[in-house]
Design a protein. Structure first.
Length: 317
């Protein structure tokens, strides 16, 4: 589901040469770094130097191609092993709960999704299964708890449960996303809209495409163009753009005449549309592309990191 760019990378993505793939790159803070080897992508987690006294390095590699799925807290990390199931470890790499699952997801709001007998449920911070494994979705779906609810899939339809496993919103939607700012994006009959935590369809499924609310506004696609609506379904930024991204740190990228720039929540142009491509602001910086290379600008449009990289991701902590 391409509903939302819900998962940001920890730091820039780089394509590393083969000789740099095996050494552990020292310690600093938890990051994920993807690199390319042939036609396959692997993921390593490592810790860099400044936090080495607090968070020991953890690097996973080998014939099993272990993958650290995501570090969701300073204590518990979800680890999935190709053809070998999943389990949880602490920041020192010690196994927790003395349990092995067919798959695991990151902890969110005190619960993590786990797979048993080809079905998914949730465990608490003690490793106890508190929501039975009866759901169909997998790691590609958005099963983390957000604002007290988690999106689940049953019989190829999506709905929401609470932390007790109670079905709060029936599984009737073709697609659904996590709750954000009291609203969850849903799709029905090939159109997108929003429901509230009570399951009420507060914004009808009338849009060709949409993204989750951020900064009080949601990206929507209507009649082949992009714009933004508020909670009252008012089109506060008209659907006149060729493309757009969600608001982040008060700014959103928009595309017009093949070029991208940034607007504020009033729809005013803050950074002129001069870029080939542009990402969301994170930690005060946004990735932008010119002449086929990526760099980073700040919220004033000043170039902070020159356009020298083939691939980059978003900064985080």
């Amino acid at each position: 589901m391409a509903l939302r760019n819900l998962h940001k990378l920890r730091i820039c993505l780089f394509t590393l040469p083969a000789f740099a793939q095996f050494p552990v790159l020292s310690y600093l803070c938890p990051i994920s770094c993807y690199f390319k080897l042939g036609n396959q992508y692997f993921m390593k987690a490592f810790q860099l130097l400044l936090l080495s006294m607090l968070v020991p390095v953890m690097c996973v590699w080998g014939n099993n191609r272990k993958q650290v799925e995501e570090q969701t807290s300073s204590v518990i990390i979800a680890v999935n092993v190709t053809h070998g199931g999943g389990y949880f470890v602490d920041s020192k790499g010690h196994r927790l709960f003395n349990k092995q699952f067919e798959g695991v997801g990151p902890f969110s709001e005190g619960l993590a999704r786990v797979k048993q007998n080809e079905k998914w449920g949730y465990v608490n911070l003690k490793g106890e299964v508190v929501v039975p494994c009866v759901y169909d979705w997998g790691l590609a779906d958005r099963g983390e708890f957000s604002e007290g609810l988690a999106c689940v899939r049953k019989n190829w339809r999506y709905g929401f449960i609470n932390a007790k496993g109670e079905q709060v919103i029936p599984c009737i939607y073709d697609e659904a996303d996590q709750f954000s700012e009291g609203h969850a994006l849903v799709k029905q009959h090939k159109k997108y809209g929003f429901v509230n935590v009570k399951g009420e369809e507060v914004i009808p499924c009338i849009y060709e495409y949409a993204m989750a609310f951020s900064d009080g506004l949601a990206f929507v696609w209507r009649n082949g163009h992009a714009g933004f609506i508020n909670f009252n379904i008012e089109e506060v930024i008209p659907c006149t753009y060729e493309g757009a991204g969600p608001f982040s740190e008060g700014l959103a990228s928009v595309k017009q005449n093949g070029k991208r720039g940034y607007i504020n929540t009033k729809g005013e142009t803050v950074i002129p549309r001069t870029y080939e491509d542009a990402g969301d602001f994170s930690e005060g910086l946004a990735r932008v592309k010119q002449k086929g290379k990526w760099g980073f600008i700040n919220a004033q449009g000043n170039m902070i990191i020159p356009h020298t990289y083939d691939e980059v991701g978003d900064f985080s902590e």
